[in-house]
Design a binder for this molecule. Structure first.
Ligand SMILES: [Zn+2]
Length: 278
């Protein structure tokens, strides 16, 4: 999964922030695109900091091993930088292995970029916000409102019926592969209630025996995904929520193509099922 970058170590504590120095890396986003540098071998990399680009405001993001990553607003990009870099769709992360650290760096950098972009002004009084010095937060000097990064809990549910698993295709967006039932935790709800509600809403089924599997940060949508295996309780008849799902059905392990990318928690769970029953 994207967070599995060992032997590299991801340091997300804002308290470890420091000034940018030679060898550190720069992340720059333009809506859903990321700036990448193409090296002499034609491989993409993050833009490294050196004296020739010592301009602009660098916002500390996190570190991987000893290398710190900084966010740079695109207004500071010079022609010199643009001659060796290009903006690419954020989905470029899928072309790198999780172990390389690239997907984690791109996705988590994007999460912070998107949060800062949405909070340039205070939601309470409308005043321009400032970076908070001691924590990862933005601060309103007018009304003292502090805004922390937003992380939304969500669940991914693998529904098992004996040696079969329920997989579904979304009716929305460009992502049209079969995956697990998933959804956001709603206000006033426990995680367990979310599991039951999402399954009932999307495919009309009752489930039991909730077994927590693992979690995953997924900054593209700002969520923390919690994975559960559950067993079918009662009828296996699927009633599709058509505005959410295009298709849903029961799969045997041999019907599932092995997935080697495994960036996401959902695919790790499907692969765990496939290996158990193949
Ligand atoms: Zn304010």
């Amino acid at each position: 999964m994207i967070q599995d970058i060992a032997p590299h170590v991801f340091h997300n504590a804002y308290a470890q922030k420091r000034s940018i120095q030679r060898g550190d890396k720069i992340l720059c986003f333009d809506q859903n695109q990321i700036l990448l540098y193409k090296n002499k071998n034609g491989e993409y990399d993050f833009l490294g900091f050196d004296a020739s680009i010592a301009t602009g405001l660098f916002y500390y993001l996190f570190s991987v091993d000893q290398t710190a990553y900084f966010l740079l607003d695109r207004q500071y990009l010079t022609n010199k930088i643009m001659m060796k870099c290009t903006f690419l769709p954020i989905q470029i992360f899928r072309e790198f292995s999780s172990a390389s650290g690239f997907p984690m760096i791109i996705i988590t950098g994007y999460h912070i970029y998107h949060w800062l972009r949405k909070n340039r002004f205070c939601g309470c009084c409308g005043h321009k916000t400032e970076y908070f010095a001691s924590e990862r937060a933005v601060y309103c000097p007018q009304c003292h409102n502090i805004i922390y990064p937003q992380i939304a809990p969500a669940v991914a549910v693998a529904i098992l019926n004996g040696d079969k698993i329920l997989l579904a295709k979304s009716a929305q967006g460009n992502f049209r592969r079969f995956s697990l039932i998933a959804g956001y935790v709603e206000v006033g709800e426990t995680i367990e209630q979310t599991v039951h509600r999402e399954v009932k809403e999307e495919v009309g089924l009752e489930v039991k025996n909730l077994r927590y599997f693992q979690s995953q940060p997924w900054g593209l949508t700002g969520i923390e995904m919690l994975g559960f295996f559950v067993d079918l309780a009662g009828s296996n008849k699927i009633t599709l929520q058509k505005n959410e799902l295009a298709e849903a059905r029961w799969f045997s392990a041999h019907e599932i193509e092995p997935d080697l990318s495994l960036h996401s928690l959902s695919y790790t769970m499907i692969e765990t099922f496939r290996k158990k029953y193949e």
